[in-house]
Each structure stands twice: as C-alpha cells, then as structure tokens.
Design a protein. Sequence first.
Length: 428
Amino acid sequence: MEKTIIAVVGLGYVGLPLAIEFGKRYRVIGYDLNDARVRELKRGEDHTLEADLQGMQEACRLHETQEKGLTFTSNAEDMRPANVFIVTVPTPIDKFNSPDLGPLLKASETIGGVLKRGDIVIYESTTYPGCTEEDCVPVLEAASGLTFNDGFFCGYSPERINPGDKVNTLTKIRKVTSGSTPEVAKRIDALYNTILENGTYPAPSIKVAEAAKAIENSQRDVNISFMNELALICDRLGIDTQDVIDAAATKWNFLPYRPGLVGGHCIGVDPYYLAHKAKMLGYEPEVILSGRAVNNSIAKFIADKTLKLLIEKGFAILHTKVLILGVTFKENCTDTRNTKVVDIANELEEFGCDVDIYDPWANGAVVQRELGKTLIPNVEPSTPYKAIIACVAHDQFKTFDFARYKQQGCVIFDVKGIVPRELADARL
C-alpha cells in the first residue's frame, strides 16, 4: 500500500495543530501562501498561541531523521509528493453576509495543480451542505484534468478547534468524517483515528457531514440569541438577567446559556452559510436569520445603554473617555475575527466619545490592520475614564481594579460577568 504523505493547506488556528499531530506519524507538508506565516513557523513561533510548540519542534525534527515529520512551505510545488490533501483555509462572509468562497476555491485550484491519480482531498473548512461536491470538485477537476471519483476522491471532516481552549484540544475532540465513496470514507476515517483519543463519527455522506457542522454553530447562535433577547426584555423590566437565569436553571431540563457578544470565525458566520443554501433551495430560514439579527444588535444595545448611564450621571458625552477591556472574540485567545467589540467602539465614537481599547492578548498590528483600531499598551491609572465596558473575560481582567474607578463615579458595564456585582452599573 502506498505510504501516506499529507499536505495541510492553510496553517492557521485549524491547520497548524492538525499538521503537528499528523506530523508525528506521517510525512506532512504544511502549506500556506503567506510567506511571513511560513517563516514564523520555521522559526518555531506561532502568533496564534494555539500550537503545541514543543510538539511542532519534535515533528520538524522527525523530518530531519526519518521518513516522516513536518515541513513548512509557501511553494505549492512542494506539495506534489502528497497523496492526501487537507484543506483548512478560512470561509468568511462578505459585507452582505454572503459566503465568500474565494479562499476555498483558490486552495482547490492550487491543489488541482499538483493533484495525481488516486489522491484524496479532504475539506475541513466550514461551509454549506453541497459545497464540496458542487463548488470545490469542479475546480479540482478543471485544474487537474482528472475526473472525480475516478482520478481523485474527496472527503469532508469538519474542524472542531476551539481557540483558547486548552482542555478540548484537537486530539481529544471526537471528529465527524466522510468520503465520496464507501472505500474512501473508510480510509479517511482510519486516517483521523490515528491521531484522535476519542475516535470519530463516520457520517453517511459528505453532505451530512457538512450539514452537521453548519447546525452545530447555528444551534448555539440561536440559543444565545434567545438569551440576548431575554436580556433586552429584562433591561426594560428593570431586573437582572442573570438572576432570571439562575432561578430558571433550578429546573432540571433548563439550558443555562448566557447572553453576550457573538463573534469569531464560527458562530457568527456559519448560520449565514446554512441560510444561503436554504435560500438557494427556495426556503427562507426565519429562525436562523432572526437569531442573527438579535445577536448583531447587542453591541449597539451595550453602547446605547452606556451612553444613557453616562447622561444619567451628569457626564457630557462629547470627548468623554471610555475604556473598553478586551477586543478578541473570546477570553484568553488572540483571535479577533468578527469581533463585535469594534461595533461598540464605533457606536460610542459616533456620539463623540474618546474610546481606548486595551487587550493584553490581541496583536496590536493585526487589530490596526484588520479592524482599524489602535490598542493602548496599558491602562494608565491617571486617565479620567467616565465609563468602562468589560467585554472579554481574559484572566487578567478578573483582577482589574474596578473599585477604584467606581469610587470616582465611573459607569461600569459588565458584559461577561467578571465585575463584582456591587460595582457594576449594568450587566448583560
């Protein structure tokens, strides 16, 4: 049987951990078209802070001494020896909330240029049901000159990486697998089982696997949207949302979701992919899109509530200093993709507030380039902030001296439940 050689296409939050784990057992070619990213990895560094750097170094050393191990490249031709290609590129949305398949189709075209008879292409990038076979396969065929399920084969195994989570890591998460033929499905399932501790779930088809991934995050999005709507109602009632949740949670089958900002590369994006496919099939997905609308409204609610509290305390809005704690989409990670914190800052700035954003986890250059915001390097105690919004529950913020600012009459909005209750003027 031919020796397995794997090419992982896309070395971000998903691809790099996958390349490292496979690199401990197989020859792995890690490909990314970003030269700077490849140079960083060759230096043994990872700005995402998601990789096991020791494991990466061990996998790279294996390549030097054995017929396995990990190498990095930005030259697509270096992938030619591979017979299994795993695609882990981003699948974002555009400004109209429609799927942007550009990175996925470009990766397919690149792979098609080095694809050989009998090779397998596995997609991990989140997308809508049917995308692999209806959108990606034609690109592979055109670029390679080969025929699907004759010259080459495909599979889909949705990523389940959770940025910032050091417990539910790649090898501990059960994975869904699928293939374009029964034989290929078995090969793909066996391949993933060589690196997973909790095994796999073989889906009956690629479309089922794609749909399963789409609904995982869509379900969570809808559940959070309900709690966000509850928070909006509780605000009008003048009662604390968390008090209501705590009381309701005494019933055994209540699901204690919390309200909050919904961003990131999955939960705030995947529902649009599912909705897009539904519309293509002539169905208008009302629940999914209404949930998205509610979650997208929360940033404005937080900003408007903060402005209202400032006015109630007699502060002028124009040039009022506001501190936002956190800009990443979740706690203890560097990922700022689709963060809704920027929406809060933009809303406050439109009303004339001077907004500072502090985040010890975020990369300032990335935030400036991707989000158009400048991070402050630290919080100066002498800065006369009139409002503080705690948006992200980084460990560093749990010991922040909120009491000091409260004594100065500062408005404190606790979005994530990290501020002592007696110090918060508002909680989501």
